[in-house]
Design a protein around this ligand. Structure first.
Ligand code: ADP
Ligand code: MG
Length: 359
């Protein structure tokens, strides 16, 4: 695995409950591995997830990023006890995944990819049913449902059939159902896939607030780069069943790609500009054209003032300055040689595989 560790710690957040105070590490996965047999190809199992190691601290908001077929859902299903690992182990919310799956289930919330609600039930019925699954009394479930409806912008929709809700409302209902028992740790599988940009931003706000106000640890999968970038403290990058990098979005981008700087100058200033850039210790990929000098550097803001002073002293006239920050797609491209949008060449997704298996 590429050695990219988080440099900055996330801001401290309130913890969800007394019980969580004792748990500093919410998830510790060790060598987690899952293979799937392929029908008719006995000796060619699919390596969906291979020796994945990572830890998540209480209160972190983690993005599990990777193209379709990377192994995100399979990892989530193992960590939420729905799928037994082929090998490896994990502790989740303080409980051992293999020996105490019941303990894990009690302490976590899981919002699966796609919708978990039944179309002919009302919002209130779905929440009451979910409360029952977690052994809340009817009264406690009703109170909790009202509380969640307020928090997640579902108030007034209690009598609506779930099939009449908008995509964003349905996703917020899925989230409410995953939170009914006040879990300290929530897994969200592609929470915003298929939502329009406005509903996506709205769901991000709810997720941020859940972490800020309740201290809930949130582990979400996504293939949206900007979602991982804007929302998450730390990103785990999956590809082909393996964890290939981890770190805070800014440190991943700084370490892998660096900022790109283009200085526009008059033709007679190009040589002096090139020399000044070459004196910057950590500048690389320096190139020059007729009226521009281009280079990359880990942190442009640290070197630009000095560069501009040097150009001034050398009487070079600068005509433009363009700094562009790398994106997470640059990071993925650097690590894999492909862009995330190209995808990882999945055979099919977990859900499709399940559907096929059921036929
Ligand atoms: N039940 C299954 N049977 C066979 N292959 C599966 C099954 N579930 C997932 N896979 C395969 O495992 C790989 C990882 O899938 P998945 O975890 O769904 O990826 P992601 O969620 O990142 O899109 C894919 O190649 C997928 O086809
Ligand atoms: Mg998936």
């Amino acid at each position: 695995m590429t050695e990219l560790r988080q440099t900055g710690k996330p801001a401290p957040v309130p913890v969800a409950s007394q019980q969580q105070k004792a748990i500093r590490i919410m998830i510790r996965a060790k060598q987690l591995t899952r293979q799937f047999e392929q029908k008719g190809r006995r000796n060619a199992p699919v390596d969906a997830v291979t020796t994945v190691d990572f830890s998540v601290e209480a209160g972190e908001l983690i993005g599990f990023l990777g193209p379709n077929g990377a192994g995100k859902t399979t990892t989530l299903r193992m960590l939420t006890t729905l799928l037994r690992p082929t090998s490896g182990e994990a502790t989740v919310a303080g409980c051992d995944l293999l020996t105490d799956p019941g303990g894990v289930r009690k302490r976590i919330g899981y919002v699966a990819q796609g919708h978990g609600t039944s179309p002919e039930s009302t919002v209130a019925e779905e929440l009451a049913f979910q409360g029952g699954l977690h052994r809340l009394t009817k009264k406690a479930a009703r109170q909790r449902a009202a509380e969640l409806a307020g928090e997640l912008g579902l108030a007034g929709l209690e009598r609506r059939l779930t099939r009449t809700l908008s995509g964003g409302q349905r996703r917020r209902l899925d989230l409410a159902m995953g939170l009914i028992h006040k879990p300290n740790l929530v897994f969200l599988d592609e929470p915003t896939t298929g939502l329009d940009p406005q509903s996506r931003a709205n769901l991000w706000d709810h997720i941020r607030r859940l972490r800020a106000e309740k201290g809930t640890t949130i582990f979400l999968t996504t293939h949206y780069l900007n979602e991982a970038d804007e929302l998450c403290d730390r990103i785990l990058v999956m590809d082909g069943g393996r964890l290939i990098a981890e770190g805070a979005p800014h440190s991943l981008k700084a370490q892998v790609a660096g900022d790109s700087v283009t200085v526009g100058v008059t033709a007679e200033g190009v040589a002096a500009t090139r020399e000044a850039v070459q004196r910057i210790a950590d500048a690389y990929d320096v190139s020059a054209s007729r009226d521009q000098v281009h280079f990359r550097v880990p942190h442009a803001h640290r070197v630009l003032p000095g560069l501009l002073r040097a150009l001034d002293a050398a009487a070079v006239t600068t005509t433009s300055l363009l700094v562009s920050r790398p994106t997470l797609d640059d990071v993925f491209l650097h690590l894999t040689g492909r862009t995330l949008q190209d995808g990882g060449g999945p055979v099919f997704t977990t859900e499709e595989a399940d559907a096929r298996a059921a036929v």
